[in-house]
Every structure is written in C-alpha cells, then in structure tokens.
Design a protein around this ligand. Sequence first.
Ligand code: BEZ
Length: 252
Amino acid sequence: MSQPAQIWSAADYARNAGFVPALGGPVVDLLDPRPGERILDLGCGDGVLTQELAARGAIVTGFDASPELVDAARARGVEARVGDGQRLPFSQAFDAVFTNAALHWMPDHAAVATGVRRALVPGGRFVGEFGGHGNVAAIVTALIAVLERHGVDARTRMPWTYPTVGEFSQLLEDAGFEVLSIAAIPRPTPLPTGLAGWLDTFANPFLGGFPEEERTAILAAVEALCAPSLRDRSGGWTADYVRLRFAAKRLD
Ligand code: BEZ
C-alpha cells in the first residue's frame, strides 16, 4: 500500500474542525495585525481567520496546499492562492506572515522558514501556532498500536511534524530570525463531533487504502484505546493538543 495523502473536504472541516479557527484568538492577538499591513496567511484553510485579519484592516493573502480549502476561502471573499508552504514564491512582499494550525502538515520546517524569511521585508514578523512536541500523543499512539495489528507501520504514514520549543527556536534562528517569544502550551481541546469526526477529517493518511469494513474496525479500536484517557463520563471527547506558539522577526 503506498502512502495515502491527506484529503481535505471543506464541508467536513467546517463540521468537525470549526474549533480550529475559533481557538485562534490568542495567536491573532499575538500577531496584532494593523490597518494597511500586508499579511500572508500561510495555511489559511477555509479562510475563517484570514477574514478576521482582514476585518482588522490588514491586506491579507491566503495561501494553502488544498485547492478545495482555497476555493472555500475565496467563497468568503478572501484573496487566496494554492501552493506548497515549503516552496513559497514571494520576495519581500509582506510585513508579516501568520500561520495557525498548519505548520505541522509541512515536514520541512527549514524550507518553510527560509521561504517565510524571503517573503518578509526586513524586520517583518513571523507569528504563528501549530502542533508542538507531544501533540495528540494518545491518538497517535493508539493509531500506531491498532494499525500494527492490521499489518501497517503507522510511523511511516505519520503526516505531522511536532518539534520541541528548542528545536523550532534553533531552526528559526538558523533561518535568520530573532525569536521574540516561543512556548509550548498544553490545550485540551473538546472535539464537537467526537474522536470519530476528528479522525475522519484529519487522519486519512493513516486510514487510506483499507476496505470500508476494515477501516470501520480500525476506527472503533482506536476509539476504544483512547476512551479511558480522552472520553469523559458523559461521552464527550477532549483531544490532548499541545500548541507551539511563537513570534519572530526577520533580521536584516
Ligand atoms: C493540530 O491542530 O494540532 C492538529 C490538527 C489536525 C491533525 C493533527 C493536529
């Protein structure tokens, strides 16, 4: 079985992951967008937060690898482009680059940081938040354990990269940034449509290629393994998110 790709559905994203932009307030505040600033929203998804930056008066460009999510962003009136965040095509075009819940999908963080530096004017800000070391650890461990029983090494399908504070700080400095702040923030995150909805939206690289019946059995086994740590007595699910939140400045 070859490595299945992540498939995005704007409708599923809105239903199962509306909390992603809804919880983006603190990182927007950290960015502190100002009227007239040119801002790139790297990994803009369906454009909910991009719209919020624009509402604060910034001139915002969204950028995302998923054509379907870019279409959803454009439908909100956001100017957005499809592209790989690890190969940004911009040169000194922005006063700030913002990113929320996207960098963990881009394994080559050094290439991202190099492209962001090039995209910024000297002194420009790179502000964001994404999954840090230990993010969704219980879910990842359950996926590895269950898929092993189905003959797949889930580590070879792991689509997410979760650096530590030390690793990501060093990487930013090596790319020519001054790190202004960086912290790992545990953020238990209620899942409005449960673990099944979350897996459905985010975990298709692990689940692709299995026949429907086997996929259903895998999902049930992952839920059973995670339930003691992530499901409460009334049946609600809370994922073990850890955010890495940072602000950096391009050195000249
Ligand atoms: C996150 O935002 O941390 C995340 C989102 C989807 C999959 C894994 C992690």
